[in-house]
Structure formats: C-alpha cells, structure tokens
Design a protein around this ligand. Structure first.
Ligand code: HEM
Length: 388
C-alpha cells in the first residue's frame, strides 16, 4: 500500500519517486504519517495558494510548526495582519537593500574561493555557501561576526525535525528559542543607543502612517529573515551547485553563455527547490479528486511535487536550462510568495558566476550525500567537492 512519510530518510534523500505516485495516482492524499492531506498537482497547489481564505496560514506554515511561531510571523499570518506586516517589512527590505548585498557577497565568495582552491578539496556548504550567506546576512542585520557559527548551528536545529518523535524535538525548539532570545538582546541594544543603518534598526524605526511594528513583530520578523537568509539561501545555492555538477552539459552551456545563469537558477528552483513542502489549515470543507477534506484539517502544499507535474512542465524530470520560462512554485506563491525572491536570485547569480569562473570543473568526492532531516526543507548537510 502506498504511503507518503515525510519523516523518512528516504524522502529527505529522494522524494521524487513518491511524488510521481502522488501526482499520477493520489492527487489528494491523506498521509497517515504526517496526519494531513497532501496536494501535489501544480494546478491544485497554485489554486490553493491564491485562496488564503480557505487554505489559511494562521495555524503555522511549517510542516512541523515551532510552538509560539504560528500567528507571529509573516509566513504564519493571514490578511489583513499579514498584509500590514509585509508592507512594513518591505518598507525596510527594499530593492536597494538587495542591491547592496551583491558586492559583499562577491567579496566573501572570492575570499572563500581563494581558500578552497588552496585546499583543492572542500565542502561546498561549510567552506562556501553558508559562509557567504551567514556573513552577508549578519552584516545586513548589524550582527557581530563572532556569533556566526553559534547562530547558524541553532538555525539548522530550528528548521530540522526530530524524525523519531515525528515533530519538533526539544533540541529543535531550543534552537528557535536561542534565536529569539539572541534577537531580543539585539533589539534591546538598538533601543538603548542611537539608530544605526542595519536592518534590525530599520525594523525598530519602521513606520507607515503612524503604524509601527510591535516588539514581538520585530523579533519574529528578524528571526524569519535570519532563518531564511542563513538556511534557505545557502541550501538553495548548494542545490544549484549540485545540479550543475550532476548535469555538466548544462553547466558548460552557462559557462559559455553567462546569460543562461538566470534561467538556470529558475530551472533549479523548479527542479529541486530547497523549500519542498509547507502546510495550510482548512477553514471550510473542500472536495477534491473525490476526497472530502474537512474544515480543521491540515493540508501540505507540496511545491517540490507541483514543480515536477507533467501537466505544467513537459519532461519534468529533465534538467534543462533552455526550458521556456513558465511559472513554478520554488518560491511558493499567492500572498506568501517568498519575500526574498530577489535576494535568492541575485545573490545566487553573482556568487555562482564567481564560483564557475574560478572552478569551472568540480567533482563530488562522494556519490552519497547526507541530508538534513526536515519535513519542510530539503538540503544536503554537506557537499564535499574536489577541484577537477
Ligand atoms: C533561494 C532561497 C529561498 C527559497 C527557495 C525560499 C522559499 C520560500 C518559500 C517557498 C516561501 C513560501 C512559504 C509558504 O508558502 O508558506 C517563502 C517565504 C518567505 N521567505 Fe523565502 N526563500 C528563499 C530565500 C529567502 C531569503 C533570502 C529571505 C530573506 C532574507 C526570505 C524570506 C522569506 C519570508 C519573509 C517569507 C514569508 C513571506 C510571507 O509569508 O509573506 N526567503 N520562501
């Protein structure tokens, strides 16, 4: 009998065979392991994303929600509170902010590449992607570089799931609490001295028509930005590097024609986005594909599967940087479309252009990767590489 178990290490490593069965045989599937419905077809997921009144985020959007997070962050609020918060955050996190992140990203990438080339063998995550994303994000948020390592470790714990307990374990919750306490201290420091130019100071000062962010909104928004900036961005860059390794013919096309970098990034977001599955809460009964989902049920929006739906993408399992542009769900959609789309695209493009310039040929030193244990995100914990 078919089951979809997002807690299994097999799904962490390779969810795609299960996605095919969901797409073809069980488009509206009750997962006993996850205790929620799973939607996999592109049209169903995209439609649900546009219907936030039925598919609510207010009970948390992570597959295994962190206690205290639902209803307090952008991703776990419905309009109108969501829209108000998003407008205030966007007043601080502007296109200029994103532009300002590119030169420091390239600078850190160059320094990392010097060290990687000297070593000859290195880990793409530890020595490259996470170093860049943590360093640039910390800089942007005005956080001291001495805290990089400790905070990143706690972020990874916070986004992970305890597969045995089938929910967040005490270590995961403690990781999130560490992050919240850390930011509370940073906010308090900013309140007690003249405003700086960093992003947390910007959130403290943000005001539209007299409306300001509450203490909890500043802390939870900063925590979200750190988690996304530190983990989602680094994980996506790693998945992109993995795709370019596994499909050398496509990689060579980008090296020969740098204009293909942008479509290659879109293709990786489609082909194996790091943000695989998020959840929603049903506000009313819905009938779909002969199944009756009940108000109060949780529903998994399986972006990773929708991005492999042959009804939307011909030959979905082929990695093709020349694929004609088409809407994918690598950044989600609707009201909760990722706030960091420009950062994700532009920083990855700038950094990976530098990487390919210096290391056009590279080999994975192990065919089997270790994957982080997470029901929401998919990323290898390391990507050992040898310079060819
Ligand atoms: C390439 C890397 C990234 C990927 C693949 C990604 C993916 C996603 C996805 C799929 C969602 C939707 C969640 C849902 O449907 O509930 C989301 C939301 C969000 N992302 Fe990202 N993200 C990335 C990078 C970033 C970065 C760098 C930031 C900020 C620094 C960021 C900030 C956010 C925020 C604040 C939300 C919530 C938006 C809302 O609910 O209005 N993301 N992201």
């Amino acid at each position: 009998m078919f089951e979809f178990n997002p807690y299994s290490p097999e799904i962490d490593a390779d969810p795609f065979p299960a996605y095919h069965r969901l797409l073809e045989e069980f488009p509206c599937f009750w997962s006993e392991h996850a205790k929620m419905w799973v939607l996999s077809r592109f049209e169903d997921v995209a439609r649900a994303l546009d219907d936030w009144e039925t598919y609510s985020s207010s009970h948390g959007n992570l597959m295994d929600e962190i206690p205290g997070r639902a209803g307090a962050t952008l991703g776990s609020l419905d309009p109108p509170r969501h829209d108000r918060l998003r407008t205030l955050v966007q007043s601080v996190f502007t296109p200029k902010t994103v532009q300002g992140m590119i030169p420091p990203s390239v600078k850190v990438a160059t320094e990392c590449l010097d060290r990687c080339l000297e070593k000859g063998q290195f880990d793409f995550v530890d020595d490259f992607s996470s170093r860049i994303t943590v360093s640039v994000l910390f800089d942007l948020m005005g956080l001291p570089p001495t805290d990089h390592r400790a905070v990143r470790q706690q972020v990874i714990l916070a986004i992970s799931t305890n597969a045995e307990l089938r929910r967040k374990g005490p270590e995961n919750i403690a990781g999130f609490q560490y992050l919240v306490q850390y930011i509370q201290d940073q906010v308090a420091q900013r309140r007690s001295r003249p405003a700086g130019t960093d992003l947390i100071s910007g959130l403290v000062a943000a005001e539209i028509d007299g409306d300001k962010l509450s203490e909890q909104e500043i802390v939870m928004t900063s925590a979200t930005l750190i988690m996304a900036g530190v983990e989602s961005l680094s994980s996506f860059m790693t998945m992109f590097a993995l795709n370019l390794h596994d499909f050398p013919f496509e990689r060579r096309k980008i090296i020969a024609n740098p204009a293909l970098m942008a479509p290659a990034i879109e293709e990786s977001l489609r082909f194996n986005t790091s943000a695989q599955r998020f959840r929603r809460y049903l506000m009313r009964d819905v009938e779909l594909h002969g199944q009756r989902m009940k108000a109060g049920d949780f529903v998994c929006m399986c972006y990773g599967a929708a991005n492999r739906d042959p009804r939307q993408f011909p030959n979905p399992d082929v990695y093709d940087v020349d694929r004609p542009p088409k809407r994918h769900l690598g950044f989600g959609g609707g009201k909760h479309l990722c706030l960091g789309t420009a950062v994700g695209r532009q920083v990855t493009a700038a950094v990976m252009a530098e990487f390919l310039k210096r290391i056009p040929d590279y080999q994975r030193t192990t065919p089997i990767l270790k994957w982080n244990s997470s029901t929401t995100f998919r990323s290898p914990s390391g990507l050992p590489i040898a310079v060819a």
